[in-house]
Design a protein around this ligand. Structure first.
Ligand SMILES: CC(C)(Nc1nc(-c2c[nH]c3ncc(Cl)cc23)ncc1F)C(=O)NCC(F)(F)F
Length: 295
């Protein structure tokens, strides 16, 4: 039988440190070291939290989702590791040493140029364009879910909430409000639980906002929206308040020092009518033109 490179044996997976908590469970930095001489490769291992949140079946869907994605701008799937006699499984991914984009941009805020931000933005658009060709909707596009491979390459990650569009519809309707973070969601998600490539475009606009605030926590979308809603929200849920504000044309304010053309691109992504929002290919082109103009 051909050697299965996607099967990781638990006994050779050496735990190093925790990386963080994702939509399904925790992710750990490990070295896969079958030779036992510390020459093995570093990998990120997403363990399914047993009987916590979504179950093994949903996790297996995430594994399936990631295993068919082959794109320079999407975190690479390496394979799976079964434990407890196939009762539990872990998702093995490439390890990106620079961590998540929000941490990277904040840490390097004093020497990241507009050009570099626009390069990251164009790579995210290309990754999303690719996802779209497979009729995937990410549903959780946010700077915390983008990883940095090196100083000029970012990749989309965390496909825990990703859904495949039905063959006959261009949107995916969740049965009940999901766990996507409200402040990255398009109005039709808040009002009708309708998710589509166009709602991913809205979230991309929020990622642009995060980038151009250098992922400053004091300016993050949640904090700005809650300030606008006002602390003493009575009765009406936060998502209703947010949906009303968006319907009344309130939008996240331009980040300090943000180039006007970038803020106008964000507002294109935040067009209320999802049919009038740009596509990710429109956005890739517009961002690349900005990179050219920025010389
Ligand atoms: C839950 C987890 C671990 N969080 C973090 N991952 C990494 C982190 C750093 N390097 C990584 N290489 C691969 C992977 Cl899958 C994660 C990391 N760094 C910091 C995190 F908070 C994660 O998965 N976040 C979603 C992602 F950022 F990946 F979109």
């Amino acid at each position: 039988a051909p050697y299965d490179h996607t099967l990781f044996e638990e006994r050779h997976l050496c735990y190093i440190s925790p990386l963080g908590r994702g939509n399904f469970g925790c992710v750990e930095l490990c070295r896969y070291d079958p030779l036992g001489d510390n020459t093995g490769e570093l990998v990120a291992v997403k363990k399914l939290q047993p009987n916590k949140g979504p179950d093994l079946e949903d996790f297996q869907k995430e594994v399936k989702t990631l295993s068919v994605l082959h794109c320079d701008y999407i975190v690479k799937y390496r394979g799976v590791c079964y434990s407890m006699g196939r009762l539990s499984m872990s998702l093995v991914m490439e390890y990106l040493p620079y961590g998540s984009l929000n941490g990277y941009v904040w840490t390097n805020r004093h020497n990241i140029t507009t050009r570099r931000m626009l390069l990251f933005a164009s790579q995210i658009c290309k990754g999303m364009e690719y996802l779209q060709t497979l009729r995937y909707v990410h549903r959780d596009l946010a700077a915390r879910n983008i990883l940095v491979a090196n100083d000029s390459l970012v990749k989309i990650a965390d496909f825990g909430l990703t859904k495949v569009l039905p063959f006959d519809k261009e949107y995916y309707r969740l049965s009940q409000p999901g766990q996507s973070p409200l402040f990255w969601l398009a109005p039709e998600c808040l009002n009708e639980n309708k998710f589509s490539n166009k709602s991913d475009v809205w979230s991309f606009g929020v990622v642009l906002h995060e980038l151009f605030t250098y992922c400053d926590n004091s300016l993050n979308p949640k904090r700005i929206c809650l300030q606008e809603i006002g602390q003493n929200v009575q009765g009406t849920s936060i998502s209703m308040h947010l949906a009303n504000m968006l319907a009344n044309n309130w939008r996240l304010p331009a980040p300090p020092g943000c180039p006007p053309k970038v803020y106008s691109l964000m507002n294109d992504c935040w067009t209320y009518d999802f049919d009038k929002r740009p596509t990710f290919s429109d956005l890739s082109r517009k961002v690349e033109n900005m990179i050219q103009d920025d010389r």
